[in-house]
Design a binder for this molecule. Structure first.
Ligand code: HEM
Length: 395
């Protein structure tokens, strides 16, 4: 056989070019047939450059200029009636479906919950930052994470408001109060980082005093690059990541001594000190795996920090435009809590107008405006499990 190939170089060359081409085309045909059997393709977003690179660049550029919503509007405008809520993009042969259709979102989050998850592509993109935590895993790994961190969200932990009160007072001291202009959004980002590190590790990074503290800058840089990695999809291997690795090292080096100190304690002591920090409570469950502990702590830091800072910033933006709402809210707070006292958990639960204000802010400015799910079942019939679904809750 080899002799035949050597003696016919032209035939060999033709076969070498033709066979991979044939293989790719047959796989595309089979895949398309399987998709059509399941339903239909969504309207395609027409890319101008090969592998849809222009779509990736647009997504990154809109995200870095805080214009994510424009990107989603541009995507959905490709649908036949210009605003139907599902379209799809093929990025280097990977299928990305973008949907704002409530029926699709209901299927992903509720009725077909078991069929969707983060998927391996998401885990691959996020594993250096979030590791194997609750946000980056599926199935048993996700379930184990959930079991591990669940006790930290029981009522008596969440109702412990002393930490937050301490940082709120610190925040108020930075606002001034004599009519001067302040960037409340930047202050909220520091406030949530300080209270989250205090709650999680038992020690605040005190970024309200120094917003450029090494940890705060590293965390911001890692989030910035991670954002681009997530948007670049299969092309993210081409991105420069020097500052990302450096930032991750700062984060890990910062967290490590706290983990070390709880691991040196015995379980009985830890159980007595579960209220001291999330980390103490986590170690008190008996886990001795540093990576498991590090991953959950960093994941909850990410989960609780930007979401809360964003929600607070938008609430204050709306309040500053609606003095009549401020008046009503103020009345409710004075009646329930009084002018000087700190609110208790029960107080917070019993101020319906405050809750409505927060709910309405989150409706108008969702802290998690889109999410990513991967079809976990598609692979079970022999096809590739790679159709990624971006759910958009703001469109
Ligand atoms: C305005 C505030 C917040 C909003 C809008 C918000 C929103 C969300 C959303 C949409 C998810 C689902 C994510 C997914 O499935 O990929 C989620 C999950 C989660 N959030 Fe939040 N979050 C907020 C604050 C917080 C805070 C303060 C913490 C912790 C201190 C937290 C911890 C978590 C955790 C651990 C999960 C994973 C739950 C699971 O997979 O079972 N979140 N959050």
């Amino acid at each position: 056989m080899l002799d035949l190939l050597y003696s016919h170089p032209f035939l060999t060359l033709t076969l070498l070019i033709f066979l991979p081409f044939l293989y790719i085309n047959i796989s595309i045909l089979l895949e398309n047939r399987a998709i059509r059997r399941l339903g239909a393709f969504a309207p395609p977003v027409k890319a101008r450059l090969p592998f849809s690179i222009d779509v990736v660049l647009r997504s990154i550029s809109n995200a870095t200029s805080n214009k994510d919503l424009d990107f989603w509007a541009w995507l959905f405008a490709w649908s036949p009636n210009k605003h139907s809520p599902t379209v799809e993009v093929s990025l280097a042969r990977q299928r990305f479906i973008f949907t704002a259709d409530p029926e699709n979102i209901k299927a992903i989050l509720a009725t077909q919950f078991q069929d969707y998850g983060k998927g391996e592509p998401f885990h691959e993109d996020w594993k250096h930052f979030l590791g194997d935590s609750i946000f980056a895993t599926d199935g048993d790994q996700w379930h184990n994470s959930r079991q591990l961190i669940r006790p930290q969200f029981v009522k008596n932990r969440v109702a412990d408001l002393d930490i937050f009160e301490k940082h709120v007072r610190h925040l108020l001291s930075k606002i001034g109060g004599r009519g001067e202009e302040v960037d409340i959004c930047a202050l909220f980002y520091c406030f949530t980082l300080d209270s989250a590190t205090d709650y999680l590790l038992g020690k605040s990074v005190d970024s309200l005093d120094d917003p450029n503290t090494e940890f705060a800058s590293a965390f911001a840089e890692v989030q910035r690059v991670q954002n681009t990695i997530a948007r670049a999809g299969p092309f993210n291997k081409l991105l420069p990541k020097g500052t990302f690795w450096a930032g991750l090292k700062v984060i890990n080096d910062f967290v490590e001594p706290f983990i070390e100190s709880v691991l040196r304690m015995n379980i009985a002591d830890l159980k007595e000190k579960t209220n001291q920090s999330f980390l103490h409570a986590l170690a008190a469950t008996g886990t001795r795996d540093r990576k498991v502990i590090r991953d959950q702590v960093v994941a909850v830091l990410l989960a609780g920090r930007d979401t809360t800072a964003g929600a607070l910033s938008f609430t204050f933006q709306e309040l500053s435009n609606h003095p009549e709402i401020v008046q009503k809210l103020r009345r409710e707070i004075l009646e329930r809590v009084g002018p000087m006292e700190a609110p208790t958990y029960e107080d917070l639960k019993n101020m319906p107008y405050l809750q409505h204000c927060m709910n309405e802010t989150l409706r108008l400015y969702p802290s998690v405006p889109f999410n990513v799910s991967c079809d976990l079942v598609w692979g079970t019939a022999g096809e590739k499990a790679d159709s990624i679904v971006g759910e958009n809750v703001v469109a």
